[in-house]
Ligand binder design. Structure first.
Ligand SMILES: [Zn+2]
Length: 591
């Protein structure tokens, strides 16, 4: 697929498969490989492996495997050229401009590019307004009052949308069609449809970037008591609220590194936490978390600390988000910040009042989700049977959503203890209503190849990677036709052709010539931990195959003799038998 010298080939050479797959799957180093939970089938123990040297992946559970492109194709459900582009972009390799396939596509791409450009211009405009107008200076004073210094304002691209109502419009109008301006969401049309105006007026602006750092929307906070307090961009062709997490573009590396994320509600919270030196923070920018946002987050970590506002809406949002996170197998902790004086504290306020260190300490001690919920349940009146029933009814839906049976059981024990409910009674209730929501995928038996014998495995491994002697080995195997009749004959055949070629042929290309079952066996062998092969070992494997070959022929000759002891050609058969016995002795005993 990736022809030598082609752009795809170049991308493949430069791409680090561990990094690319690492954006989708949490990978841990394990020996020479990296392993993780397979994204293609549900599983609780990792059987998905990535080989950094061979640049291939393989799942020992469902059998999927291939190179970085096949991974992205499968993951993004996209065709090969798109996968090449995705990988190139992830690795910072400039993609040569291509002709779009259809006029509609070209139009769409042009529109997206123009919308991004409008956002870039609007962003520069808002920043200038904050810096250099009288109104902007008042806004800046307000920001400083909230503890945001010049460095933070610059770092997060905070700007100001003036009150005029058409200042931005006048700037953009000469360059863009009206329709496009309205589509961008930064400009609105009045109800009569006759007049255009700036959507954001007299507001602090926070640029919202997509995962790759391009500004696609704005979140805006009223400066005074204007309502609504927060006004964001509408859904546009480049922005969908449920697909974007604020600060994700910068948080993804720290999240991956630390293997957990802090989830807050608003951009001010995210900024406050990030300023405190905690980079792995994202904001849902809205009270409840949407499924695409969870999937986005899940590509980087499966562990999250939810730190939403402690008001009623925040509490409800927390509980809704938790439910979704649990369904997606996240390990969830909840940080409920203590009130400051009589004020309920969001992360922004808390860090301003108590400092970053106090926040970090609370973060470290954030209780698992179950404890948070139990604490909520215990606030109910537990002195009566009905009260306990209510508390249980509050907790039960959460428990049922935990896909992991073991974890569910742990929860049951804790709830029983904390609410002083008889554990067997609780378990009975739980079992009655619990249904397994997601089972492990059953591997279809026809995909499971018979395990190749040790000698075959070693030889396959050597043929694939013993640079010093794989050509010699291929010649010997071919010359003696030693691999014929082996379970893995086709794998050998493909490897021998590759071994005799002067061009290096990547494992994925060899795999592409095999059928699914054979490719699977081949990849499994490549992923085995194995010592460096030596020529001595290769020779002893060859000897073993030779003996096998002789033994097989011997058995055949013997059978023919026995079937027809007085037949013609008996003499030749006996001579052949004699000869084979001699060869077998010469080939030595299996050692
Ligand atoms: Zn799998």
């Amino acid at each position: 697929m990736a022809e030598a010298g082609s752009f795809a080939d170049r991308v493949k050479q430069q791409a680090d498969i561990v990094r690319v797959i690492g954006e989708y799957v949490r990978l841990k180093k394990s020996g020479q490989n990296f392993t993780g939970l397979c994204p293609f089938h549900g599983e609780k123990t990792p059987s998905f492996a990535v080989h950094p040297v061979k640049q291939i992946f393989h799942c020992f559970g469902c059998g999927k495997g291939g190179d970085v492109f096949s991974f992205v194709m499968e993951m993004e459900k996209c065709p090969f050229p798109d996968a090449v582009k995705v990988v190139a972009e992830k690795c910072g390799i400039p993609v040569p401009r291509q002709k779009e396939r259809t006029p509609e596509e070209r139009k769409e791409n042009q529109q997206r590019a123009a919308l991004i450009e409008i956002h870039r211009e609007a962003q520069a405009f808002f920043v200038r307004q904050l810096e250099s107008t009288a109104e902007g200076r008042a806004a800046r004073a307000y920001l400083e009052d909230r503890g945001l210094n010049a460095e933070t304002i610059a770092r997060f691209g905070i700007g100001y949308a003036p009150s005029g109502g058409d200042v931005l419009l006048r700037q953009l109008m000469p360059k863009y069609a009206e329709k496009l301006l309205v589509e961008s969401g930064v400009i609105s049309r009045d109800q009569s449809g006759a007049r255009l105006f700036d959507r954001f007026r007299r507001r602090i602006t926070f640029p919202i970037a997509n995962e790759s750092g391009k500004i696609v929307a704005f979140g805006c906070r009223a400066l005074g008591d204007d309502l609504p307090k927060y006004l964001n961009s509408p859904e546009t062709p480049i922005y969908s609220k449920s697909n974007v997490l604020y600060h994700m573009d910068r948080a993804k590396e720290p999240i991956r590194r630390q293997d957990f994320a802090i989830l807050v509600e608003g951009y001010m919270d995210a900024i406050a936490v990030a300023r405190a030196g905690i980079g792995n923070v994202v904001a849902s920018c809205g009270t409840s978390l949407a499924e695409p946002q969870i999937k986005l987050l899940g590509r980087f970590t499966k562990r999250v600390i939810v730190n939403y506002d402690p008001d009623v809406a925040g509490q409800a949002a927390t509980e809704r988000s938790l439910t979704l996170l649990l369904e997606h197998d996240f390990e969830v902790r909840v940080l409920a910040l203590p009130a400051i004086g009589d004020k309920k504290a969001d992360p922004d306020l808390f860090i301003r009042e108590k400092g970053a260190e106090a926040y970090i300490k609370l973060l470290k001690d954030a209780p698992p989700y179950v404890d948070y919920l139990i604490a909520r349940a215990r606030q109910m009146d537990l002195s009566t049977g009905e009260g306990k029933q209510r508390a249980l009814n509050f907790l039960m839906p959460y428990v049922q959503r935990i896909p992991n049976r073991l974890l569910r059981s742990e929860w049951a024990t804790r709830i029983a203890q904390q609410l002083r409910i008889d554990e067997p009674v609780l378990r009975a209730a739980l079992n009655k209503s619990a249904t397994e929501r997601r089972g492990e995928v059953k591997v279809s038996p026809q995909l499971v190849g018979k395990p190749a014998k040790q000698i075959e495995r070693r030889l396959i491994r050597m043929l694939a990677e013993a640079e010093g002697f794989k050509k010699e080995l291929a010649q010997r195997l071919q010359h003696g036709r030693l691999y014929e009749g082996l379970e893995t004959e086709k794998v050998f055949a493909a490897l021998i052709v590759a071994g005799l070629s002067d061009e290096p042929i990547p494992a994925t290309e060899i795999g592409a010539q095999l059928d699914e079952r054979e490719r699977r066996v081949f990849f499994e062998i490549l992923f085995e931990d194995a010592q460096e092969p030596t020529w001595e070992e290769a020779e002893s494997c060859l000897d073993a195959l030779r003996r096998r070959q002789i033994e097989q022929e011997l058995a055949k000759v013997q059978k023919t003799i026995e079937a027809n002891p007085s037949g013609a050609g008996l003499r030749e058969l006996l001579e052949r038998k004699q000869e084979l016995m001699k060869q077998l002795t010469a080939a030595g005993q299996p050692g």
